[in-house]
Design a protein around this ligand. Structure first.
Ligand SMILES: [Zn+2]
Length: 287
């Protein structure tokens, strides 16, 4: 309800909305609750009852931290979509959607896709999801700036922002260890990280992700995975993301999560931090 109400409020200004998905979303909402739309409710009055509250989360994290991997695992566990804005742009480009022509012009000229276009794609995606009865989402790669975070706040309510962090030296080593198989396109990582704990800090152990023998001789390194480029990428990311983190910290929505290592160590701890460890046990017992 909250998301749709605010979508409607914005539809006349900067947001394009697919009329079909919006009207069906509105119709299904209206039918199920039989309440008239009120365009002027304050956001906090629109909060859902906690028991049937959606998961409406954002994942933040610098390039190479594994944000997409954790977000997509959680989405599988919770049965909700993993929405990456990069994919929304690619899907729109591949479709004959209303923005496809405009987008391909922007992309061909090498320009950045504007916040307005990203938000309109996202609004359309969220409205379609709500119409289909999706019970939430995890956003990956958005918002990147305060301006985007502010616009997003007008479109839907985010209840939690998970900020995935990894020690910078480990991150650098991991990024430099990335390899792609030039034949099958497989992604691997040769970095073997084994840092002993000291001064009360826990150690970090991340085994390499080695390719099968037949890929070994065909591995290539991405041209932008050099130490200089990776460090610069991290610096730019930190500079851009700090205000966004602060934005959500001040709203008490930011969960900082230091990855303790690779997926085997990190996944159970992440579930604990999200109060989902029991949920996963139930799911695996039922399976
Ligand atoms: Zn291969």
């Amino acid at each position: 309800m909250a998301a749709i109400t605010r979508l409607v409020r914005h539809s006349s200004s900067i947001f394009y909305l697919g009329s079909r998905c919006l009207s069906s979303a509105v119709a299904s909402e209206a039918n199920s609750h039989a309440t008239p739309f009120n365009f002027h409710l304050k956001p906090h009055l629109q909060r859902k009852d906690p028991k049937d509250r959606n998961v409406q989360w954002v994942f933040l994290g610098c390039p190479g931290v594994g944000k997409g991997t954790y977000a997509s695992r959680l989405c599988n566990l919770l049965g909700i979509p993993h929405i990456a804005t990069g994919n929304l742009v690619r899907e729109e480009l591949a479709s004959s959607g209303p923005l496809a022509a405009q987008l391909s012009e922007i992309v061909n000229k090498g320009q950045l896709v504007s916040d307005e276009i990203i938000i309109s794609l996202l609004s359309k995606r969220l409205a379609a999801g709500e119409a289909k009865g999706e019970s939430g989402f995890i956003l990956d790669g958005f918002p990147r700036t305060i301006k985007q975070a502010e616009i997003l706040e007008g479109v839907t309510e985010i209840d939690l922002v998970v900020n995935l962090k990894l020690r910078e030296d480990v991150l650098l080593e991991k990024c430099l260890g990335r390899r792609i198989c030039s034949q099958c396109g497989g992604n691997f990582n040769l970095a073997s990280i084994n840092i002993k704990g000291e001064d009360g800090n826990p150690g970090i152990n991340m085994p390499p992700l080695l390719p099968p023998a037949h890929c070994m001789s065909k591995l290539i390194t991405r041209s932008d995975d050099t130490e200089t480029v990776v460090k610069e990428r991290l610096r730019i990311y930190n500079e851009m993301s700090q205000p966004v983190e602060e934005f959500y910290r001040s709203r008490e929505k930011l969960l900082e999560f230091d990855l303790p290592g690779g997926i085997p160590e990190s996944w159970p701890k992440l579930l604990q931090a999200l109060n989902l460890d029991e949920y996963e046990n139930k799911q695996s017992a039922a399976a």
